[in-house]
Design a protein around this ligand. Structure first.
Ligand SMILES: Cc1ncc(COP(=O)(O)O)c(C=O)c1O
Length: 388
């Protein structure tokens, strides 16, 4: 009898899906769990954006759009990127609207990564990147940022390039999932200076840019517009994860190639969602501000409390995650520690090992949940701590 599994491509078989979702689902079975695992905003989509989406449905905006996205949405996205981050993109030739940054990632890595191509990835990192490199037959080169307070330094990038002179792509993500770390203008400029001496394609995932607590986010694309594919979107800034709106922007000739791949994936992005996105980019420039203020309050709380409980951590500068070091006295690796805490005191956290080599020994805490949940989690972790 034919066994179709034998026909599946080896790259697909090798590709591991992130254990984050599996682990979160497993934890969800535990009654009365306080979950700090969720990587999405706990706020509703802004009212004016919802209204625009509903009006678009009522007006029968229900057909395919240009595969790059509606020109109105692309123009609004380009204006938004210009106003917020001072980067210049021509909406006609340099901006593609995608089904979330996830689709932008897929299309971009499929465009650049072939068999044996080396891709540099500072870790700990969002696990989708690792899987996409695998799927395309590329070779992942992890750069462990743990010794550098979870930032990619120019020195470490230089050293990695000496060992991997033929590396083709560098992926960066800041503010970072899972560490919440980000770069100052000087740090970005210093990294850009090193990258500019190379032929690297830079993929810069800046989806958390609006959730920056240290002043204005500075985009890598500002310094390296000709060498960067910039990703941004509305999932985190406007609490719109389910609307699936991402933006990819970069030099015109390569955006044409990326748009080809994207077209093959899904033709276009849901039309009403694009209309809502135009409203969000156009008239929702400040929508993130109140959410950012609340996240910042929670960040201060979890950072102070985890530090007090003996979990060393770098203060997050953005996103809504804290990456905390498991105290030695618990004698458990990150997966075992998260299992034990979930079972005994019913607090859900993600093991740092889910984010690559630089993550072992740590846990990721999401503070995209209410203050009362965070307080309850700390109360339970205090009990765990007292018992060990
Ligand atoms: C770093 C990072 N990039 C991309 C995504 C996916 O974003 P989207 O909802 O736009 O597909 C996430 C979601 O958690 C993320 O953390």
């Amino acid at each position: 009898m034919v066994n179709l599994i034998d026909a599946v491509q080896p790259n697909v078989i090798k590709t591991q899906l992130s254990d984050i979702y599996g682990f979160s689902e497993q934890l969800a079975q535990i009654p009365d769990l306080v979950s700090l695992t969720i990587g999405e905003p706990d706020f509703p989509t802004p009212e004016h954006v919802k209204k625009a989406g509903m009006a678009a449905i009522a007006a029968d905006e229900s057909h395919y759009t240009a595969t790059w996205g509606r020109i109105g949405t692309r123009t609004a996205a380009a204006n938004y990127l210009k106003q917020r981050y001072d980067v210049d993109y021509d909406p006609a030739t340099q901006v593609v609207i995608t089904n979330g940054v996830t689709e932008a990632m897929y299309a971009t890595l499929a465009t650049f990564v072939g068999k044996g191509d080396e891709v540099l990835l500072p870790t700990p990192a969002f696990p989708v990147y690792d899987s996409l490199v695998e799927l395309n037959g590329g070779k992942l080169v992890e750069i462990d940022t743990q010794p550098d307070e979870f930032l990619l330094t120019p020195e470490r990038l230089r050293a990695t390039l000496q060992e991997h002179p033929h590396a083709k792509v560098l992926i960066v993500n800041f503010p970072s999932n899972p560490t919440g770390r980000s770069y100052s203008a000087d740090q970005i400029q210093a990294l850009a200076d090193v990258i500019a001496e190379t032929n690297l394609v830079v993929v810069s995932d800046e989806i958390y840019s609006e959730l920056t607590y240290t002043g204005r986010h500075v985009s890598l694309a500002k310094y390296l517009p000709d060498q960067t594919i910039l990703f941004n979107g509305l999932s985190k800034s406007h609490a719109m994860t389910g609307w699936r709106i991402g933006v990819a922007a970069g030099p015109a000739p390569v955006m044409t190639e990326i748009a080809k791949v994207r077209e093959l994936m899904s033709t276009s992005v849901m039309t009403a969602a694009q209309v809502a996105a135009e409203e969000a980019f156009g008239n929702g420039m400040d929508d993130a501000a109140p959410m950012r203020a609340e996240y910042e309050r929670r960040r201060d709380y979890v950072y102070n409390e985890f530090t007090r409980l003996g979990f060393a951590c770098e203060k997050p500068q953005g996103a809504f995650y804290l990456f905390a070091k498991i105290p030695e006295r618990f004698h458990l690796n990150s997966a075992a520690f998260c299992q034990d805490v979930a079972k005994t005191v019913k607090v859900g956290m993600i093991p740092g090992s889910s984010f690559g080599a630089g993550g072992e020994g740590y846990v990721r805490i999401s503070y995209a949940t209410s203050m009362s949940n965070l307080e309850e989690a700390i109360r339970r972790l205090q009990i765990y701590s007292d018992e060990h």
